[in-house]
Design a protein around this ligand. Structure first.
Ligand SMILES: [Zn+2]
Length: 387
């Protein structure tokens, strides 16, 4: 039983999070209900973007008694945030009025980078949520974790670093290959006895290429036992390629700058991504109707950041296609799981009316051992007679 005054719920890191991760669902729901009501009341008073959106939809905070009423709140799209930023530069009115300790942003692959405020409390909590990820993936205070994501406006470099420290492990903050050359990263990993690498999945392959080119053997010369990935999708074929190469488990962690950090993580079983459900509420909706689909059915992910003070997201459609796995996980955690993201709506290309996702190319490319670790997709429209 989680005995606490909900107003003091602090989204703890392990070991204090053990109980929450294994609590009966009704108890998690109580925390979610409280978080949603707090967020809705706050945004009504302090976030003109949400108030305007809800007034237009005829929704008042009094209508939201808890998660059971969340469907009354309109879904927010990336385009609507973009519009708010355009009309109210430079930060928009969705950030709220809490003082930010830092601003992180999207990478801007689909337009200008979108800024997201983080308060001091947000930042602390994100570190705790990352620590839960690392703990579930077998990291202990004895580990030396080399962090090879970039330290920039891109959020997971910093947040994963916080998580390693919160867990009591040691972080080696090398940053991306642009900050510390990959050759140097290879030498540091070897000499300093790195036991875990946090990176994008493709960097783990590139690291392996460089290490082998330098004459090292991945098994003999390194103590790396785990590869922790985020920042890119980890389709099955890519994971198999990485694990075959390194002979250690590679873990998938779906995140996004809009979420703040660490909404989901795989456990040791690597069978779906557990959701940090005290801090987030995830729904899957039909992309056409916006209505919730039953558990197990694929649809668009809609996210609510229950814990957030800066730039809260309420029913935000993040553009990922996935499904909820409601069956309990044999690891003992009761917090629910989602399936690995099958595709992102932003990456979809409509070719002659057929939706094509990068993950479909990935599955084909990774089958061939002759290919290196990187590939590019080139889209051309040839006249029919040339095909
Ligand atoms: Zn599990």
């Amino acid at each position: 039983m989680i005995k606490t005054d909900l107003s003091k719920w602090d989204y703890p890191a392990p070991p204090r999070s053990y109980e929450l991760e294994r609590a009966p669902y009704e108890q998690i729901r109580e925390i979610q209900d409280y978080g949603l009501k707090r967020l809705v009341n706050y945004c009504w008073e302090h976030s003109p973007f949400y108030r305007k959106t809800w007034e237009k939809a005829g929704v008042h905070p009094g209508d939201i008694r808890g998660i059971e009423d969340i469907f009354k709140i309109p879904i927010v799209s990336k385009e609507e945030l973009q519009q708010d930023l355009k009309q109210n530069p430079p930060f928009g009115t969705f950030q709220g009025d809490m003082s930010a300790c830092r601003i992180q942003s999207s990478t801007g692959t689909t337009g200008m980078p979108k800024p997201f405020f983080q308060t001091r409390r947000d930042w602390d909590i994100i570190g705790n949520l990352w620590a839960r990820r690392l703990n579930a993936q077998g990291i202990t205070p004895a580990d030396r974790v080399q962090m090879s994501l970039s330290y920039s406006l891109f959020i997971p470099g910093f947040t994963s670093t916080e998580g390693v420290m919160k867990l009591g492990a040691t972080v080696i903050p090398v940053g991306s290959g642009a900050a510390t050359s990959t050759e140097r990263q290879v030498i540091l990993a070897k000499d300093w006895g790195t036991t875990c690498l946090i990176s994008t999945p493709t960097f783990a392959l590139y690291f392996a290429d460089v290490a082998e080119k330098m004459g090292y053997d991945l098994k003999r010369d390194f103590q790396i036992k785990r590869l922790i990935h985020t920042g890119e999708a980890l389709p099955k074929a890519l994971r198999m390629k990485i694990e075959e190469r390194w002979q250690v488990p590679a873990y998938d962690n779906l995140g996004s700058v809009e979420s703040g950090g660490a909404p989901t993580y795989e456990c040791e079983l690597r069978n779906g991504l557990h959701v940090n459900e005290d801090a987030f509420y995830f729904e899957i909706v039909d992309p056409k109707t916006g209505k919730n689909v039953p558990d197990g059915q694929e649809g668009l992910l809609v996210m609510t950041t229950l814990y957030k003070e800066g730039a809260p997201m309420i029913r935000y459609s993040i553009g990922d296609f996935t499904k909820i796995i409601s069956e309990p996980c044999s690891c003992g955690r009761t917090i629910r799981r989602i399936a690995s993201v099958s595709s992102k709506i932003d990456d979809m290309l409509k070719i002659s009316g057929v939706a094509i996702y990068p993950t479909s190319a990935e599955t084909v490319v990774r089958k061939y051992k002759e290919f290196g670790s990187e590939y590019a997709r080139l889209l051309t429209k040839l006249p029919i007679k040339m095909l």
